[in-house]
Design a protein around this ligand. Structure first.
Ligand SMILES: [Zn+2]
Ligand SMILES: [Zn+2]
Length: 288
C-alpha cells in the first residue's frame, strides 16, 4: 500500500488561496482521483497549522500573523464530513511553546500530526523572506541547531510523523554548506528520534526544491532504519499533480535501505502496512 499524508489542499500563497475556494468536496475529489490514478490508496491532508487563527495562541511570529486567516475547527469538520481523506495537520515545532501547541492539537479529532522544523527562532531554513542564511551564522551553527531542534521535536511527543527531516539542506548549493560530514549533524537528532520511536518521513518534496534530493539523505535514512523507527511516505503536494511526485525514486531508496512497510494512521494510532509488493503503476508525474 502506498501513502501520501503530507498533502496540502492549496498552494502556500495566502492571498490567492482562500479556504472557501480550496476546502471543497470538489477539490478533495480532484486529489482523490489523481492519487487513485497513481496507485496511492492512503491519502490524507495536512494543512499548515499557521494558516489557522488558533495558531496565534501558540506563536505570534509576523509570518504566522500574515497567514492565520482560517478557522481550524471548520477545516477539521470539512475534512471529516465532506471528504473521505484522512485528517492531518502540519504543525511547527516551537520550542518553549509545547504546552500551547499540545492544547491546540489535543482538542481535535485528527488522524495524525506532521511535525516540522521550518523556523530556527525568527528565521527560516526554507523561506527566503525570513532566510536564516542572512543572519551571519556559520553553516556549522545553523545545521547544528536545526538538528538539535529536530531531535527535540521528536521527543516533544507532539507529533506522529517527523516531516522532511533534513530540510536545512533545502537551498542546496545556493547557500553555505558545513565542512563536516553531514552524519555528524544527523547524529545530533538521532538520539531523540530513536528514543521517541516517531515515524520519520521520506519526502519527495526535496526533488522539487533547489537541493534536488529526497528528504532525508540516504545516510540519514539508514540511521533511522538502524534505530528501528517506522517510515512514512509523502510528497508534500500543494496541487493534485504533485501527488506521488518522484515516488519511483523514493521506492527505490526505501528498497535499497531495506524498508518494506509504511506507517498508516487512524485517529493517531499507527500501524504498518507492506509496501514491498507495491508496483508504481504510472509514470512519474511531470515537474510542476
Ligand atoms: Zn513543511
Ligand atoms: Zn508541507
Amino acid at each position: 500500500m502506498l501513502t501520501d499524508y503530507h498533502v496540502h489542499l492549496r498552494p502556500d500563497e495566502v492571498a490567492d488561496t482562500p479556504a472557501e475556494r480550496f476546502f471543497t468536496a470538489a477539490n478533495a475529489e480532484r486529489y482523490r482521483e489523481t492519487a487513485a490514478d497513481r496507485g496511492i490508496a492512503e491519502l490524507g491532508v495536512a494543512e499548515h497549522v499557521y494558516r489557522f487563527t488558533q495558531a496565534l495562541d501558540v506563536w505570534d511570529h509576523e509570518f504566522w500573523r500574515h497567514c492565520a486567516l482560517d478557522d481550524l475547527d471548520e477545516y477539521c469538520s470539512f475534512v471529516r464530513e465532506e471528504t473521505d481523506l484522512r485528517l492531518g495537520i502540519e504543525a511547527d515545532f516551537v520550542p518553549g511553546r509545547e504546552d500551547r501547541m499540545a492544547a491546540l492539537l489535543d482538542g481535535r479529532d485528527l488522524d495524525y500530526v506532521v511535525g516540522s522544523v521550518h523556523f530556527l527562532g525568527d528565521s527560516a531554513v526554507d523561506y527566503e523572506k525570513y532566510d536564516v542564511w542572512t543572519t551571519g551564522e556559520s553553516a556549522d551553527r545553523v545545521w547544528r541547531r536545526y538538528f538539535e531542534w529536530l531531535g527535540e521535536a521528536a521527543m516533544s511527543g507532539l507529533f506522529d510523523i517527523l516531516a522532511h527531516p533534513d530540510l536545512v539542506k533545502h537551498w542546496g548549493p545556493e547557500r553555505p554548506w558545513p565542512e563536516r560530514d553531514p552524519r555528524y549533524y544527523y547524529e545530533i537528532a538521532m538520539e531523540g528520534i530513536a528514543e521517541s520511536g516517531i515515524a520519520v518521513e521520506v519526502s519527495t518534496a526535496g526533488l522539487r526544491k533547489p537541493v534536488g534530493e529526497i528528504y532525508p539523505a540516504r545516510a540519514f535514512l539508514e540511521m533511522v532504519v538502524d534505530a528501528g523507527n517506522p517510515i512514512a511516505l509523502s510528497s508534500d503536494a500543494h496541487v493534485p499533480d504533485q501527488l506521488g511526485f518522484g515516488y519511483d525514486r523514493a521506492l527505490e531508496l526505501l528498497d535499497a535501505v531495506g524498508v518494506t512497510e509504511l506507517s498508516v494512521f487512524e485517529r493517531r494510532a499507527r500501524r504498518l502496512e507492506s509496501c514491498a509488493a507495491t508496483s508504481w503503476r504510472t509514470q512519474s508525474p511531470g515537474t510542476p
